[in-house]
Design a protein around this ligand. Structure first.
Ligand code: 5AD
Length: 369
């Protein structure tokens, strides 16, 4: 019997494939705690409906609440340098962007940001920067030790890119608690389309496993809607998250930057980012999941939407006013208003409006769930 008719083999295969699953069944299985196959994740992404989005968001928020209560954790973000040896095609601070005005904070400046942050109530400091050769272990370890001595009740998170195993060990031994290194994409072929040949997918993955083995709470993550990304690549990302079980996972929409090779590529969407936040919460419920700045950049209520989809971390900016606009990863990056730590009260109010409460404690990942 041929109910599809004579439509050619390509479309025929696609339609048969589309009839293979029901999106509601996949959503139910995910909500029941089952892992899906790559093909199933891709189907779920392609065929999602407003109803499945709403159902997964509701369940993701409920799972978050059953683990962390109503708390949304605030982290103080200090962007320590925009000097970077890498040349990622998507990133505004890439090495070959001659228009980027470079800066680097000295250890004393980083410390004063932390002092200010501590007074505001932050109990996690995230030191994030490009891969800047200045920040050797010799510079970083004493800085980490000082931070931990002056603020023993605080967690120190690093987000400083790829380093060797010994370096990660030294930073951990100096007292750093967490490390964020987005994997960017879990597909090797896709990785090659986003990065120049001198960067390797294999090394990125090696770094992530090293971080985990060293003892860090380790975070991975990716951009949503990056050039050449389809549901197939996203399904690889989801399968990787199911396997790696990151303690943190940073995802945000890709936003083009005018001075990069991807300047005229379209941005990712808030809708798909929020959907993936829900899926990730359900795949790995204890994960610490930020509603990122990129999400807030595309939508003034992006943060709230992220939280309502299952995110539970916000990362306001503690960097000094004069460098803030220079950490220019993508166009129109939000760096005033909600991004300013001085607007903590505002952020706190917004969280209350959506039934959550902004928490300033360390907010470590829950291992036992
Ligand atoms: N759009 C969105 N996110 C970006 N990042 C870098 N460039 C962009 C962009 N154009 C993200 C990368 C990186 C993190 C620091 O910022 O995922 O890991």
């Amino acid at each position: 019997m041929n109910i599809i008719g004579n439509i050619g083999n390509f479309h025929r295969k696609r339609i048969i494939n589309m009839m293979k699953y029901r999106v509601e069944d996949l959503a139910d299985r995910l909500m029941a705690g089952e892992a899906l196959s790559r093909e199933e994740y891709a189907f779920l992404i392609d065929c999602r409906t407003p109803e499945t989005e709403a159902a997964l968001a509701k369940e993701a928020a409920a799972r978050r609440e059953s683990i962390y209560g109503k708390k949304i954790f605030a982290r103080g973000l200090i962007e320590i340098s925009n000097c970077c040896r890498n040349d990622c095609y998507y990133c505004g601070i890439r090495r070959s962007n001659g228009r980027c005005e470079r800066y680097r904070l000295m250890p004393e400046e980083i410390l004063s940001c932390a002092v200010e942050g501590y007074e505001l109530g932050f109990r996690t400091f995230v030191l994030q920067g490009g891969e800047d050769d200045y920040f050797t272990d010799e510079i970083l370890c004493p800085l980490i030790r000082t931070l931990k001595e002056r603020f023993p009740d605080c967690a120190v998170t690093l987000s400083l890119g790829e380093r060797n195993r010994e370096s990660y060990r030294r930073l951990f031994d100096a007292g750093a608690d967490r490390y964020l290194l987005r994997h960017e994409t879990a597909s090797e072929a896709h990785y090659k389309k986003l990065h120049p040949a001198e960067m390797s997918f294999e090394n990125r993955m090696r770094c992530l496993w090293d971080l985990k083995e060293t003892g860090f709470q380790a975070g991975c993550g990716f951009m949503v809607g990056s050039p050449h990304q389809t549901s197939r690549e996203l399904s690889e990302d989801l399968a990787f998250i199911a396997e790696f079980k990151p303690d943190m996972c940073g995802i945000g929409p890709f936003i083009p930057h005018r001075d990069t090779p991807f300047a005229s590529e379209p941005a990712g969407t808030v809708g798909l980012t929020c959907f993936l936040l829900s899926v990730i919460r359900l795949i790995h419920p204890p994960v610490l999941l930020p509603a990122t700045t990129a999400l807030a950049t595309l939508d003034p209520r992006g943060r709230e939407k992220g939280i309502l989809s299952g995110a539970n971390v916000v990362m306001p900016n503690l960097s000094p006013e004069n460098v803030r606009s220079k950490y220019d990863l993508y166009d129109h990056k939000a760096f005033t208003g909600m991004e300013s730590a001085r607007c903590l009260a505002d952020l706190s109010g917004r969280m209350r409006e959506i039934g959550c409460e902004l928490a300033v404690d360390r907010g470590d990942v829950r291992k036992e769930v």
